[in-house]
Design a protein around this ligand. Sequence first.
Ligand SMILES: [Zn+2]
Length: 116
Amino acid sequence: MLSKPTFMDISMYEKAIRLVRDWKIIDKKIDQFMATVERGESRYPFDYYYDKESGSWFIITEMCNAGGCTLEEIKVESKEAAKRIVAQKTMFGEKMRTERACFACYSEIYFLQNEE
Ligand SMILES: [Zn+2]
């Protein structure tokens, strides 16, 4: 049994222990979810890719709903990190956003609609 660190009072210590326990449960659920994706039973609701030019992995978090262009993405350190972050986001109920068109697609649609 660990003893309480001197810089915390007992309620703070108990709260910290609970958070670590909760995190371990969540972490296990993330592992289980990742395994279902590996087995082809589920899908991640985000795409991730490797960009050769920058040598980095990216997770697409927002996509243009007119042309499928990437609107927002986050850079991650590896493919494994990409999968884990995507799994975490999925566990917390996040989805890729697709509520708007990018400026280029919007302009094109607007131009086509107003053409005579
Ligand atoms: Zn677009």
